[in-house]
Design a protein around this ligand. Structure first.
Ligand SMILES: [Zn+2]
Length: 343
C-alpha cells in the first residue's frame, strides 16, 4: 500500500503530480529518472493507482488513493487491466517488437476505466528503433493514455522523445529524512538506521535494503570481528575467514562477490572513521558503530593519527586494486596485513 505521503522528499515531483490530479490534466508522457533504488517504481505506482482510484480522498490538501476500492485492490496486486507494465525478454535491451506489441498496438484497445497507463521500467534499454516506434505513439496518443518511462540513464533517449515527455529527476534524499522514515515507518533501531543511511547516500531503496538485509549485518559484524582478532590470527585462518565472509552464499563455490567485497571495504572505512571521530571527540555521540564502542575505545588508545591515516590509505589502495581487477583475496589479505601493522 503506497500513498503520496509515503514518498519521502521529492517535493517538486509530488507537487506536479498533485496538480495534474487536481486539475485532471494528466500528461501523456513522463520520464522518471533516478538511480536504482531511488524510488522510480514506487512513485510511478502511486501515481498510476491514484489516477485510477474510484474513491480518491483529499488528505490535508493531498489527493490520495483510497487503497480499498476495486481499482486500488487490482493496482496493489499488480493485476489492474489498465496499468500495463512493459516487459522485455533480453536483459540488455527492449526491442522494437516489444514496444510495438505492448504499447503502440495495445494503446488503441480501449481501457476498462477512463485511463490506460503504461509503465516502461529500464526505459534506457529501448533500442533506437524501439524509441522511434514509441515516438509515433507519443506524437498522437489516444486521450486516455499515459506513458511513464522509468530510467537510470536519461542520456540514452532520443531528443525527440525527451521533448515530448515531462521529465522528473529524482534527487538524493536528505539523510535525516531517510533515518526518520526507517525508524518510524519500518521500526528499524536507531544505530542500524544510522548505519544504513551512511551507506545509502541519499538512496531510500538502498537504505531500506541495508537496514533489513541480514547479509549486511553479517558482513558488518564479520568485518569488525576479523579486525579485532587480527593480532591473534594466522594467515591461513585469515584467508579462510575472508573467503567465508565474502562468498555470496553458504556452501556455494568460493568465488568472492564483488559487491560484497566493496561493501566490506566500506564497512572498514566507516569503522576507521569511527576510530578517528572517537579519538577527536572522545565521545560516542557521532559514531556509526556505536554498538562496538568498547572495541573502538580500546583501539583508539593504542593508535596514533599517523597510523589511522595509514590504514585509511591502505583501504583506498585496496579499492583501486579491486577496481583494476587485481585478485580480490590477495588484495584483501595485503590490506589486512597493513591494518595489523598499524592497529
Ligand atoms: Zn481507491
Amino acid at each position: 500500500m503506497a500513498h503520496f505521503l509515503d514518498i519521502i522528499d521529492q517535493d517538486q515531483i509530488k507537487e506536479h503530480m498533485q496538480n495534474a490530479l487536481k486539475t485532471g490534466k494528466i500528461s501523456h508522457a513522463y520520464i522518471i529518472s533516478g538511480d536504482a533504488g531511488s524510488g522510480k517504481k514506487m512513485i510511478a505506482g502511486v501515481f498510476a493507482q491514484t489516477i485510477l482510484c474510484e474513491d480518491k480522498k483529499d488528505v490535508d490538501g493531498v489527493i490520495e488513493n483510497c487503497g480499498e476500492c476495486h481499482s486500488c485492490k487490482q493496482a496493489q496486486s499488480q493485476s489492474h487491466p489498465d496499468i500495463r507494465i512493459v516487459r522485455h525478454e533480453k536483459a540488455t535491451s527492449i526491442g522494437v517488437d516489444e514496444i510495438r506489441q505492448q504499447v503502440c498496438d495495445d494503446v488503441y484497445i480501449k481501457p476498462y476505466s477512463d485511463h490506460k497507463i503504461y509503465i516502461i521500467p529500464d526505459g534506457e534499454l529501448m533500442t533506437q528503433q524501439a524509441q522511434n516506434a514509441l515516438l509515433k505513439t507519443l506524437e498522437e496518443p489516444p486521450a486516455y493514455a499515459t506513458i511513464l518511462i522509468l530510467t537510470s540513464n536519461i542520456d540514452a533517449f532520443l531528443p525527440t522523445i525527451l521533448s515530448r515527455c515531462i521529465v522528473f529527476n529524482l534527487k538524493p534524499v536528505r539523510d535525516d529524512l531517510i533515518q526518520k522514515y526507517l525508524m518510524e515507518k519500518r521500526q528499524v533501531v536507531d544505530y542500524k538506521a544510522q548505519l544504513a543511511v551512511s551507506f545509502a547516500q541519499g538512496n531510500v531503496g538502498k537504505a531500506i535494503l541495508l537496514s533489513e538485509n541480514e547479509d549486511f549485518e553479517r558482513l558488518k559484524n564479520g568485518a569488525i570481528d576479523l579486525v579485532s582478532r587480527l593480532g591473534r590470527t594466522q594467515i591461513s585462518e585469515l584467508i579462510e575467514r575472508l573467503q567465508t565472509l565474502l562468498s555470496p552464499k553458504e556452501g556455494s563455490e568460493k568465488k568472492m562477490d564483488v559487491i560484497l567485497t566493496n561493501d566490506f571495504l566500506d564497512v572498514l572505512l566507516f569503522f576507521v572513521r569511527d576510530i578517528l571521530v572517537y579519538k577527536a571527540e572522545n565521545s560516542a555521540d557521532h559514531l556509526i558503530f556505536a554498538d562496538k564502542l568498547s572495541y573502538i575505545s580500546s583501539v583508539t588508545e593504542k593508535c596514533s593519527y599517523k597510523e589511522i591515516d595509514n590504514i585509511l590509505m591502505a583501504i583506498e589502495r585496496a579499492r583501486a586494486r579491486i577496481r583494476a581487477n587485481v585478485n580480490s583475496l590477495m588484495t584483501l589479505e595485503m590490506l589486512m596485513l597493513d591494518i595489523k601493522e598499524n592497529l
